[in-house]
Design a protein around this ligand. Sequence first.
Ligand code: PLP
Length: 456
Amino acid sequence: MNAHLSFVSTRHGTAPTPIDDALIAGLAPDGGLYVPERILQLTLPAKPPATLADTAAWVLAPYFAGSVLRDALPALCARAYDFDAPLVPLKGPQHDGRDHVLELFHGPTAAFKDYAARFLAEALGALRTARGDSDPTTILVATSGDTGAAVAGAFHRRPGFEVVILYPEGRVSPRQAHGLECWGDNVRTFRVAGTFDDCQRMAKAALADRDLREKRALTSANSISLGRLLPQVAYYAHTALRHRQAHGEALNLIVPTGNLGNAAAAWLARRMGLPIGDIVLATNANDVLPRYFAGAPYAPQATRATLANAMDVGAPSNFERLTHWLGDDKSLRASLRAYAVDDEVIRRTIATAPERHGIVACPHTACALHVLDILRLQGNQRAWSVVATAHPAKFETIVEPLVGHAVAPPPALAACLARPAHGEPLRADDEALKATLLATRAPARATARRAAAIHD
Ligand SMILES: *Cc1c(COP(=O)(O)O)cnc(C)c1O
């Protein structure tokens, strides 16, 4: 038996793996997703830890017991989680002061993916140092918007790493595009003349290319990477503990959902013993999860483009983790619920949110706000916390006409928008990407690194 917790693949084809190797690999070699071999139970503190970073170190410590990063974990968390996740009361008669919005958009790129991307960057950086790795690692990310910016921001100017971002030209909002192109230095951003699926295909082809991987250490930072799942447990843990202290009850969550990464972390936090009650998923018109939870067989669909573009997912990649943990359909359906929200309702919800809820909502957050209405119509009278996954200023072309005024970007996003853009054009062609990757400065390396598939 291993002295420390190992990580196994959802597809059962990988030997139990120590956390450090699982973090570096991202995806398991059999193509599955890494999960802890057992979900650890926490002994809850009488008082919540003082800061989000303290909670993160506490919640992650048992998983990192066998890591070379164990002793460095508190310092690493202090750097990664250096902005808060405030739980703010929703205003309006129907809320009665009981409902809240959990604002996860106070990081450098104004979306919740900043927390996990920053933790991953800290962890991979520290692992390189600990292992005396001297070859540069290239992080390849195909993005439909928020992942690319968060990963670029987290790895920007970090020694030993290069970031290559592929995004579909003309298919992200102007501010999202600038957020992807504002970095420079060790970050190269390519506007691909194609769709997100083209970007994803190109990245997958590069990561699967043995010739390329013999010459470059290539890895990914996609939403199924173990190093992106675990750190997301921290803000749910912190919020649930503070909420219980303030209100004496469990936190009920409505989570805007695409690939199910954020919601899987909420589920994991609950399973680890944190005071989290109901978890309800809000999707856009890509309704594979709502159909499934309503009783239909799980049936991935082609992706539909919607106003909540970061949730345009037809085959939620983290579903595999939930089925691994929960086993059968009955347990899964008993554990979570999901509702779909179409673009017309997203628009109406954004337009009425200032008056009805006291907030300006991004299109993703609007889906969750509408699901709160659905629950109330069903007669549900619990207090709910709606998760806000991005700052509305990131989607200004959608939000501003609906609310009728300008939405000022938060300071970090404003700073990014003020910097020059460094995007480069790229054909939607696997060979074009390979040639570009080979032309960069990184020296050849002897051993190939594991590759992972990319999802936003
Ligand atoms: C990525 C993203 C989502 C979806 O999160 P998943 O973990 O893929 O379910 C929702 N909202 C925003 C703003 C995002 O960037």
